[in-house]
Structures are given as structure tokens and as C-alpha cells.
Ligand binder design. Structure first.
Ligand SMILES: [Zn+2]
Length: 350
């Protein structure tokens, strides 16, 4: 797959430095900006048997197996949740370390969103045992912040004493959720995130997404790849229903309970991100009006001025919530609490 335009400069630099790539890397960037693809391309380059020049040869045995998603020296560890968002080449590799007990997998009602110690044990065993096809072996972990504590501890030893030619590529959008012991053993690469304009251009020109849709989704904090996945009639209707619900909540037309129930049609984390971005926009508009804004603000400048403190506190509460490990707090209860605070702003006013 091609490298995204916003990663091109750093990609060229990685190509030039291919012989001095550190053995443990933490690759960081915003969600929905094509992180796993960049890490996969890096893996492909490091695995190429020909290995001269600054890009994979695409012709050797290694490059062929990489492209077909069956490279024995590319060990990809992921979660069911993340896999669902990744391309076929990624999934073909990650299936090797997925939950091997299929009955257990079928019996569960939720999608697994953590990386378990069993997955890490399996991969470290494989890395120690296998001779390898060429000179390199890659362990790619995405999202690395999904490692639970036991899994992170199990990984630590391998990071400290990597066997020759082994590269660990840890990929994360929330690196602060990784234990400091893991972070300190990796060289960190902060990837460039696309600007709003770059994201909108990519969506509308390359993927023919409607301009208004692209503007709205990017304004609400989605990464360009997440916005592209959202671009189905069903998802856009749910998104619009959320915007309408939020408008009604803020103007006092519906209760917090009704809003929180309605948002069941829409992912709670996305709902919170939309609320957060609208508070940010409302506060910014009140301080520095931008009459050319492409997407109407939901929180009017006078409301933002009047409830500045309350809105700031909601904004930071959502920020903290989003930085916590997943499922550590009841999402539905948290959303209801946020909705109550926003409804209170409207009621006090009315
Ligand atoms: Zn090659």
C-alpha cells in the first residue's frame, strides 16, 4: 500500500536510514492517520533480502511473501478491535497470534481489545526458535497501548535482549498508556499528523468524499482514515443523529437521559470526541470569532462565555477519560454524567 502524503517526508528519511534503524522503536501518531500501514511498509523494507538501495526490491522471495501476507518472519500482534480496521495484508499476518481457541472466541459477546500475555509468550517463543528466512525478524505490535500489564512485562525481557536481527516496532496513538519501562527501551518516532486541510483534500480528491461530509468529520476530530470508514450512509445518518441530539441537549429540548440513550446508535468514544471538539470550537469562537467557519458551531459564543468554567471542566474530564485504559470506567455512565453537565448549562440558562 502507498505511504500517505503526510508521512512521505519521514518515510524517505527512514528509507535513507534503513541500515541504522534501532532494534526497538515506538512509532507514535494520531488515530486514523494510517499508522499500521507505515509500520508494515517499514517491516517490508527491513525484511527484503536484497536489502541494497533505499526501498524493498519487490522481486525477492521475502518481498513476495510479505505482499501475500504470509511472511514467516513478520510477527504481527494486534487486537480483534484493531484488526477490524486494518487491511488484509495486516490481518493475514496478525491472525497467527489471534485467539487460538475459536470456541472461546465465539462464546464471547465483546470484541477483544487487549493484547494478552499468551500472545506475547507465543511471539517471543517464535522469535527465539525460528531461524528466519533472511537476516531480519520483525515483531510489530499495534496498538501497543493495548498490551495489558502482564503482556508488557513479558515483552520487556525481549526488548532488553533482542536476538540479532530482530526489530520490535511498537505502534501507538496513546503512548502514555504504555508502562515507562517499555517506553524507555524504545527509540521514539513521532510521525507527522495531517493538518485538517491535508485530511480534507485527501478525502475529497483521492476518495471522492463529499466536501461537507469531510469538513464535518475532520472538524469533529476524526483522523482521515477513520473519516473514510465513516463515509457510509448508515454511519453518516448516525453521525447526523448525534449532532441533532447534541443540539437538542444543549438547547434544552431533550433530557440528558434521552440523549445518552439515543447515542447508543453511535460509538460512545466517538460521541465524546465530538462533544469535546464542539466545546473546543465553542470556546475558541467566543475568544476569536471566525465567521468563515465551514461547519456551524453547536455551542454558541455567548453560551461558551457564560458557562466557560463548566465547559472547560467537561472538556478536561473527557480528555482524562480518553487517556485511561479502555473499559476501566463504565462508558455509558460516564456519557450520562457528561450529558447531565451539558444539560445543566442549558437549564440554568433557560
Ligand atoms: Zn525484496
Amino acid at each position: 500500500m502507498a505511504i500517505s502524503p503526510w508521512h512521505q517526508t519521514q518515510w524517505r528519511s527512514l528509507q535513507e536510514r534503513r541500515h541504522v534503524i534501532p532494534s526497538s522503536m515506538l512509532i507514535v501518531g494520531k488515530p486514523g492517520t494510517d499508522l499500521p500501514n507505515l509500520a508494515m511498509e517499514l517491516a517490508g523494507m527491513l525484511l527484503c533480502n536484497v536489502g541494497n538501495g533505499d526501498k524493498p526490491c519487490t522481486a525477492c522471495n521475502s518481498c513476495h511473501m510479505f505482499a501475500r501476507g504470509v511472511h514467516p518472519d513478520l510477527h504481527v500482534i494486534s487486537t480483534e478491535e484493531a484488526e477490524g480496521m486494518c487491511d488484509l495484508r495486516f490481518r493475514n499476518h496478525s491472525v497467527r497470534y489471534a485467539d487460538s481457541d475459536s470456541t472461546k472466541r465465539e462464546r464471547r459477546t465483546t470484541v477483544r481489545n487487549i493484547i494478552t500475555v499468551n500472545q506475547i509468550r507465543a511471539v517471543t517463543d517464535a522469535l527465539n526458535k525460528s531461524a528466519g528466512l533472511g537476516s531480519s525478524k520483525i515483531c510489530l505490535i499495534y496498538p501497543a497501548d493495548a498490551l495489558n500489564l502482564n503482556a508488557a512485562n513479558a515483552l520487556l525481557k525481549s526488548l532488553e535482549e533482542p536476538t540479532g536481527g530482530t526489530y520490535f516496532l511498537l505502534v501507538s496513538s496513546s503512548p502514555s498508556n504504555l508502562p515507562p519501562t517499555i517506553r524507555s527501551r524504545c527509540s521514539r518516532l513521532n510521525l507527522n499528523n495531517p493538518t485538517s486541510d491535508e485530511s480534507i483534500e485527501w478525502l475529497t480528491v483521492k476518495h471522492k468524499v463529499d466536501l461537507k461530509v469531510a469538513q464535518q468529520l475532520i472538524t469533529h476530530g476524526l483522523g482521515p482514515y477513520d473519516a473514510l470508514q465513516m463515509n457510509t450512509r448508515e454511519n453518516l445518518e448516525a453521525h447526523q443523529a448525534l449532532i441533532d441530539g447534541l443540539t437538542n441537549l444543549i438547547s434544552g429540548n431533550i433530557s440528558a437521559g434521552a440523549f445518552a440513550r439515543q447515542s447508543g446508535i453511535y460509538d460512545i468514544v466517538l460521541t465524546l470526541k465530538v462533544i469535546q471538539s464542539e466545546i473546543h470550537r465553542g470556546l475558541r469562537e467566543s475568544a476569536q470569532p471566525d465567521h468563515d467557519t465551514d461547519v456551524p458551531v453547536l455551542i454558541s459564543p455567548d453560551l461558551a462565555v457564560e458557562f466557560r468554567e463548566a465547559l472547560f471542566s467537561v472538556y478536561f474530564a473527557i480528555g482524562r477519560f480518553l487517556s485511561w485504559p479502555k473499559k476501566s470506567v463504565d462508558e455509558q455512565l460516564f456519557l450520562e454524567d457528561i450529558a447531565l453537565k451539558l444539560a445543566f448549562c442549558a437549564q440554568t440558562r433557560g
